[in-house]
Design a protein around this ligand. Structure first.
Ligand code: F6P
Length: 326
């Protein structure tokens, strides 16, 4: 096994709160083991463009509480091609970087998997995405913060929903996954939660609305995951208006607000732990794996599994949402 003396770190894909805590942790762990640490800007794109610099203690000072990523992020189209990856490898060699820590989601790990296979460079990942759609970790960096942001926003919508006795349809992020929708929906007392993992039943929703109205509940919150496949938030609002002409449905798309803000304590802690585990994993000779946390323990999962497999949504959570809907 080749001795690792210089590690490169990058953030790629959609940014997520806590990525800075992870960068800081990778840097400090490298220092702890006498390894030089280099930052790569804008993910794989920076690797292709040789936008690489030696990280200094001042770069990671006062960043643990900051949202976004000091290294910036991108979804590099060029890295998808072998030609792009060849350029990236050339720049790694030029900078004498002999291992990488990549912080991101499924696209990031898929790219890393190819890169490692083709050029033999050791790579360990840390799951950074608000969607929490990565197999091999109970939570991804940024998910908890995004959940709290969504919950707080929905609480605010509830104030106006109650005052005006209105029905609000709120779309939360989650390209293919319903984690944010399900948990923020439960936490904010939604009457209905639509997620891509379960089949949507409009009749049941209307039945619940009717039951609610009978009990004097006229203001309601419906949470829809961005990745919902059976309907769209617009179709749903329109169908509801038709079935309940007295209601005045309002639509709110929370959007990128969910990706920003200071990371929660939980996100800072998991990002810090994953950063340490990523560097230590490299030193132990691991590669093409992601450092995740399951049941409070560090676990390494192959990139292939992390990307291809899906964690099952806890059935009890789904049952809880349905029992508490009305
Ligand atoms: O990072 C995950 C995510 O926020 C998804 O929830 C969303 O679908 C997507 O990224 C949006 O990506 P972009 O910012 O590139 O539009």
């Amino acid at each position: 096994m080749k001795k690792i003396t210089r590690v490169g770190v990058l953030t790629s894909g959609g940014d997520s709160p806590g990525m800075n805590a992870a960068i800081r942790s990778v840097f400090k762990t490298c220092k702890h083991y006498n390894i030089e640490c280099f930052g790569i800007r804008r993910g794989y794109q920076g690797l292709i463009e040789n936008d690489i610099f030696e990280l200094k203690p001042s770069d990671v000072k006062q960043i643990i509480h900051l949202g976004g990523t000091i290294l910036k992020s991108a979804r590099s189209k060029e890295f998808i091609s072998l030609e792009g990856r060849q350029k990236a490898f050339k720049n790694l060699k030029l900078n004498h970087i002999d291992a990488l820590v990549v912080i991101g989601g499924d696209g990031t790990f898929t790219g890393a998997m190819y890169f490692e296979k083709e050029f033999g460079i050791p790579i360990i990942g840390a799951p950074g995405t608000i969607d929490n759609d990565i197999y091999g970790s109970d939570s991804t960096i940024g998910y908890d913060t995004a959940l709290n942001t969504a919950m707080e926003a929905i609480d605010k919508l509830r104030d106006t929903a109650t005052s005006h006795e209105r029905l609000f349809f709120v779309e939360v992020m989650g390209r293919d996954a319903g984690y944010i929708a399900l948990n923020s929906g439960i936490a904010s007392g939604a009457i209905e939660i639509l997620i891509p993992e379960t089949k949507y039943n409009m009749d049941l929703f209307f039945e619940n609305l009717r039951k609610g109205a009978e009990n004097g509940k006229i203001s309601n919150i419906v949470v829809v995951a961005e990745g919902e496949k059976d309907t769209t938030i617009y179709e749903l609002a329109e169908a509801t208006k038709k079935a309940f002409p007295l209601y005045e449905p309002k639509i709110t798309i929370l959007g990128h607000i969910q990706r920003g803000g200071s990371p929660t304590c939980s996100d800072r802690v998991i990002a810090s732990r994953m950063g340490v585990a990523a560097v230590e994993g490299l030193l132990e000779g691991k590669s093409s794996v992601m450092a995740g946390i399951k049941a409070n323990q560090i676990v390494y999962t192959s990139f292939e599994e992390a990307v291809k497999k899906r964690e099952q949504l806890e059935p009890h959570l789904i049952k809880t949402a349905s029992i508490l809907a009305i």
